[in-house]
Design a protein around this ligand. Structure first.
Ligand code: UDX
Length: 438
């Protein structure tokens, strides 16, 4: 099939490359000339493990190309995906649909043949019908079907999530559109991946409900962690104990500094706004948003407490700044709250991150950057792990102790067992491991 993917960002590029690896012929339409030059040269402009290999292979085998010309690209396309960004609108948190609607208008103006237009971008309930209205208003003769096909890709494991999804959600309005979608995802049949066909609004709601539920699950265990710190108990054991109940499941129960990224923060806000707009307030998710936002500053308080109540004049080594490992993405990363607050409290910061440094340097002022954990620890008065990169999972803790001027070791991702940390002469502060003096 001929597929056009409009937008070559985190979602569009992964989806376009993977569809071409399915055997389809894919044209990714990207207006950013710098990105376009890189992509045509087989270079991946984002960090996503394994994407570079797939990109080069499918370009070389002639199934994948890049263009900035939407009109030419969509000629005779069997399917046109809209995968442009829908960032949270500044101020009120509504999903900013400017790029989606601009794309719909351009499609309406340039469409010349029957096709299926598929929204891959995360859009509030009702948006697909609005896209259909815009296209029809631009071109009453346009023969097209509208489909909602939300993505469930996690950054850092996006290819795995695309190639082995738990399910594919397809919101359609006709049997013809359903047939096209089943043909697009046919390669997943060998794994018997469920393709769930719904109406448009249901598909749009599934996406938001899924992300909001996952954000809620994380926030729930983060608050249980706070309780464990007061009452005793080990939040990792609690997470394991409840996760063994198959109705709960063990995933997304890792307590930490709060969730970040390009999706949970914006999708929870958008869902809250949608609930308010339609008179069905999402009070639980409103609380999730507030609790998660407050948690990042609470981590600063934890660090201050571990440093005796003040970091004034102290140097703090920070390991990991991206919102999660295996990505270069800094969007809504807890470090973007924690580091400026530490600096405001008088600390100097030495930071390292395997991939995030370039992005982080644009967002964080006054940070000294080094290449590895030991360089960061050298001469620092405390060490904090914010992101659980593999590079930080096997540190020589005795060497870290020697390099630090004190024994303060703060592990916000509960990577290290307390006994290993104390054996190295370090004083551990972590998340959700209360110790009640016997
Ligand atoms: C998320 C959803 O998982 C994915 O399905 C959706 O399509 C896009 O948004 P992503 O944001 O890339 O994916 O990363 P994810 O692995 O979900 O982590 C999101 C945030 O939650 C990160 O900040 C991570 O550190 C945090 N997290 C995740 C926890 O704090 N604890 C956990 O147990 C899991």
């Amino acid at each position: 099939m001929k597929i056009v993917m409009i937008g070559a960002g985190y979602v569009g590029l992964v989806s376009g490359v993977c569809f071409s690896d399915f055997g389809h012929h894919v044209i990714c339409v990207e207006k950013d000339q710098t990105k376009l030059v890189k992509l045509r040269a087989g270079e991946v402009p984002i960090f996503e493990p394994g994407l570079d290999v797939l990109l080069k292979r499918n370009i070389n085998e002639g199934r994948l190309e890049f263009s900035d010309d939407l009109a030419t690209s969509i000629v005779d396309a069997d399917a046109v995906f809209i995968a442009v960004g829908t960032p949270a609108r500044r101020g009120d948190g509504f999903a900013d649909l400017t790029y989606v609607y601009e794309t719909a208008k351009e499609l309406g103006e340039k469409l010349t043949n029957d096709t299926v237009i598929i929204t891959k971008s995360t859009v509030p309930v009702g948006t697909n019908r609005e896209i259909k209205r815009i296209i029809t208003a631009c071109n009453p003769k346009a023969a097209f079907e509208i489909v909602s096909n939300p993505e469930f890709l996690r950054e850092g494991s996006a290819i795995e999530d695309f190639m082995r999804p738990d399910r594919v959600i397809v919101g359609v309005g006709s049997a013809e559109a359903e047939s096209v979608m089943r043909n697009i995802y046919r390669p997943l049949n060998i794994r018997e991946t469920p393709i769930m066909v719904t109406d448009l609004e249901t598909a749009e709601t599934i996406k938001y409900a899924a992300n909001a539920f996952l954000a809620m699950k994380i926030t729930f265990i983060n608050e249980i962690a706070d309780l464990c710190e007061k009452t005793g108990g080990d939040v990792q054991q609690v997470a394991k104990g409840i996760g063994l109940d198959t109705r709960i499941g063990g995933k997304f129960l890792h307590a930490g500094p709060g969730y970040g990224g390009s999706c949970f923060p914006k999708d929870t806000l958008a869902l809250v706004q949608t609930g308010q707009r339609y008179g069905a307030p999402q009070r639980i998710i409103e609380t999730v948003v507030a609790v998660n936002d407050a948690r990042k500053s609470a981590m600063t308080g934890k660090i201050l407490a571990a440093c005796g109540g003040s970091v004034k004049g102290k140097r703090i080594a920070v390991l990991g700044v991206t919102f999660k490992p295996n990505t270069d993405d800094m969007r809504d990363a807890p470090s973007l709250v924690i580091i400026p607050e530490l600096i405001a409290a008088g600390a100097s910061i030495t930071a390292c991150d395997p991939e995030g440094g370039d992005e982080a340097r644009k967002l964080l002022d006054g940070v000294d950057w080094v290449d590895d954990a030991y360089s960061a620890a050298d001469g620092a008065d405390a060490l904090v792990i914010i992101t659980e990169w593999n590079a930080f999972r096997g540190l020589d803790l005795a060497r870290i102790r020697q390099l630090l001027t004190t024994s303060v070791f703060i592990d916000l991702r509960n990577i290290y067992p307390p006994e290993e940390v104390s054996a190295a002469g370090l004083t551990l502060t972590n998340v959700g491991k209360g110790t009640i003096e016997s």
